[in-house]
Design a protein around this ligand. Structure first.
Ligand code: PMT
Length: 207
């Protein structure tokens, strides 16, 4: 059986202890992938941003807050790199340049926030097989293809988040698999668990 490392949910990038940048990811897609991999008997580490979901049976879960926390937990879980990494998390691409350790007083805050780039976890980590997601609102396939190439993926799951029943927060998803060999597989609207089982089946077929 294989080793799977999966990211899920959003990250939070704090400006102070009570304010942060984030996005609408609920973790449902990533938790479904973790469940699907565990059901098949794989060893699963699930690195989860702040979400309100129960841990699937047989899954080792590590909770994190920020993109940098997520990167550290992923590197730790990947270890020697002999695993499949499935990145479903909606990682914040930027974070505030600084984070105050006490609540910033409104009257003293500036109207602009200086941002710095977060590390690209999926692009940076080294492991045997990497599968990514691309949440897009336009130019879905060309953007997904670019990310697949630039991040060195075996497959990218293109997710048009403007489609009904797809993307953030839903129990269903409608996705297209774009594989490194250029082949394309469009899936119908199905449950996130059914999508997850198809992803795990694809990963099991990788050498
Ligand atoms: O959690 P749900 O509510 O179920 O919603 C599911 C989902 C919409 C979040 C999911 O299906 C999805 O599309 N996840 C990818 C979201 C995303 O941020 O995509 P992206 O195009 O920005 O990133 C491309 C890939 O790089 C992703 O695999 C992402 O995890 C990874 N990435 C991105 C930025 C970064 N700094 N580090 C990364 O690892």
């Amino acid at each position: 059986m294989g080793r799977y490392v999966i990211t899920a949910g959003p990250t939070r990038e704090h400006l102070d202890p009570v304010r942060f940048l984030t996005n609408p990811s609920t973790g449902k897609m990533g938790f479904a992938v973790a469940r699907a991999a565990a059901e098949r008997g794989h060893d699963v580490a699930l690195i989860a941003g702040p979400v309100a979901l129960k841990t699937p049976k047989g899954v080792r879960r590590i909770d994190v807050t920020s993109a940098r926390d997520m990167l550290a937990a992923v590197e730790d879980a990947i270890g020697d790199g002999d695993c499949v990494f499935v990145a479903t998390a909606a990682v914040a691409d930027w974070r505030p340049a600084s984070c105050a350790d006490r609540k910033l007083k409104k009257g003293l805050m500036s109207d602009t926030i200086k941002l710095v780039r977060n590390p690209d976890i999926l692009k940076g980590v080294k492991c045997r097989h990497k599968i990514g997601f691309a949440a897009e609102t336009n130019d879905v396939m060309s953007e997904a293809a670019r990310k697949c190439r630039e991040k060195g993926l075996a497959m990218i799951v293109a997710n048009d988040v403007t489609e009904k029943g797809a993307g953030f927060g839903t129990d269903t998803n409608r996705v297209t698999f774009l594989k490194a060999d250029g082949s394309v597989e469009r899936l119908p609207l199905m449950s996130k668990l059914a999508v997850a089982r198809r992803i795990v089946r694809f990963a099991e077929g990788l050498a």
